[in-house]
Write a protein that binds this ligand. Structure first.
Ligand SMILES: Cc1ncc(COP(=O)(O)O)c(C=O)c1O
Length: 494
């Protein structure tokens, strides 16, 4: 039977409204996927299709060409066009997987590295707190102030220039002009001692910690963490089998003397000297010097998490530990996710010269390199001083938002007996009256639609005093007042 007749009898060849060439493509593809046009079947000529369906021959040719490019059809010179022997969707597995018949779709515990169980447990402990509620959630900067239009223009420019480049400047350590821009920036703003050869671009602090753990630690090594401290760090170091040593602190940051007294064998110290997470203390100069001396004498490494240093409102920041270090013991981590927005996912490490090669290789085997496009735009953004301007704008707005939230809490929430005064940071630590439990307060927050976090989430032992944390940076002053009032109303109801 001639193929023309056969095809003419397919009901699917009726076209609906829309662009004809796309419809023709869709109809033929559907006939192939449903098996009505089988592998190896010869198709009618484009002229026949066009006459049969009363559509232009150009539409037919365009549809056939696309189907051929995508592998649904095969054109044989001098013979015609055929349905391909193997449909691409079969190769790439587009069909939904059927449930496992033997188990009725149930999953069994797979045979995985037991260390993942430890990670899973930590994940489950923090999961209940990381709900969908974004209002007053912590860790988010002034994402509403991100300069979208400017970024869009730089993106267009970068894309146009990309045609003349081939991305060779994007090495495993990162895009070289970005590394240069960052090294110039942190030398002037944070007092770091570094060259671009020591800068490694990463996808945020989380990756930075993972690389540091891989390069510097062995299973069983001791790691100091702030208590309370950053749960992201706890996860990374626990997962790789380190022994976690909690070190208490106060308004002057981590208590270095306590750490040395209790855990003198530590291999790595993880801390955020410019703004201790989550309580906000600044590591004093004398503690900085004591930590650096002790690390040099004991061959210990210091991971300086400088995630919040740009959010400082009145006083001058103390020079970063890295800039004070004379013995190359500090691994400095900076992130852009607070200044830009949480999904931005670009950060950097400044590593000692003699570790640069090791970190580069670890990064290469982690993901070969960070994606090119965002790095190139950010390099221009920093080099043309848009970043410095953005930081000034964000700082001003944040300072105001912090003041507004502090006043609103003092006015509307008597259950909060103290708001930790702070010259920096993007969240407030709110100490609770003894009459109310942290969990009750968090429950009220959830009912009022607020994503506040309990202090206990970041503690390995029960804290003496209870507190909740409110992020203020991502909301306008009006929204801040409205959120606090809503919580007060919610509490008055019960
Ligand atoms: C203490 C601390 N360090 C670093 C970060 C930044 O992490 P990342 O760069 O992976 O977004 C955060 C984010 O919330 C943080 O709380």
């Amino acid at each position: 039977m001639p193929p023309e007749k056969n095809v003419a009898s397919f009901p699917g060849l009726l076209l609906k409204k829309g662009k004809i060439k796309e419809q023709f493509y869709g109809v033929i593809k559907e006939l192939i996927l449903s098996g009505q046009l089988q592998a190896g079947r010869k198709l009618p000529s484009s002229r026949t299709f066009s006459e049969m369906m009363s559509i232009s021959r150009n539409s037919v040719l365009s549809g056939l060409e696309r189907l051929t490019d995508e592998g649904y059809l095969v054109a044989k010179r001098g013979s015609g066009t055929y349905v391909a022997a193997v449909v691409p969707d079969d190769v790439i597995g587009i069909k939904p997987a059927a449930p496992d018949k033997q188990t009725g779709g149930e999953t069994h515990s797979p045979d995985v590295n037991p260390q993942t169980q430890v990670m899973k447990q930590l994940w489950q402990e923090t999961l209940p707190h990381s709900g969908q509620n974004l209002t007053f959630n912590i860790g988010v900067g002034c994402s509403d102030l991100f300069p979208h239009e400017l970024w869009g223009r730089l993106l267009g420019r970068t894309w146009r220039q990309f045609r003349h480049q081939d991305g060779r400047l994007n090495e495993a350590m990162g895009y070289r002009p970005l590394r240069r821009a960052i090294s110039d920036y942190v030398r002037t703003t944070r007092g770091l001692h570094c060259t671009e050869e020591q800068i490694l671009i990463v996808s945020g602090t989380q990756q930075a910690m993972n690389l540091a753990a891989q390069v510097l630690l062995q299973k069983g090594d001791e790691v100091w963490l702030d208590e309370p401290g950053y749960d992201g760090a706890l996860g990374v170091f626990t997962a790789m089998g380190a022994k976690i040593r909690p070190v208490i602190g106060d308004q002057h940051g981590m208590d270095i003397a306590y750490g040395i007294r209790h855990w003198p064998l530590a291999k790595l110290i993880f801390t955020s000297p410019s703004h201790q997470f989550p309580l906000g203390g600044t590591l004093s100069l004398s503690r900085r010097m004591a930590l650096l001396d002790w690390a040099a004498e004991n061959d210990a490494w210091i991971f300086e998490d400088d995630y919040n240093s740009e959010f400082r409102y009145t006083a001058q920041p103390i020079q970063a530990l890295q800039g004070l270090d004379r013995h190359q013991r500090v691994i400095y981590a900076g992130t852009f996710s607070k200044m830009m927005f949480p999904g931005f996912h670009l950060g950097f490490l400044v590593v000692p010269e003699n570790l640069a090669e090791h970190f580069k290789i670890a990064k290469y085997y982690a993901d070969t390199r960070t994606s090119y496009l965002e790095q190139t735009i950010l390099a221009t953004f920093i080099a043309e001083e848009h970043y410095a301007r953005h930081v000034r704008r964000v700082r001003k707005a944040c300072h105001e938002r912090q003041r507004v939230m502090t006043e609103a809490i003092q006015r509307y929430l008597p259950e909060i007996v103290g708001v930790e005064p702070s010259d920096s940071g993007i969240h407030l630590v709110c100490w609770l009256s003894e009459d109310i439990e942290e969990s009750t307060m968090i429950e009220h927050c959830r009912k009022a639609g607020l994503g506040a976090q309990p202090l206990s989430r970041y503690c390995q032992t029960r804290p003496e005093k209870q507190a909740i944390l409110f992020g203020f940076a991502a909301h306008s002053p009006e929204d801040i007042v409205a959120g606090i009032r809503k919580l007060a109303q919610q509490m008055a109801k019960e």
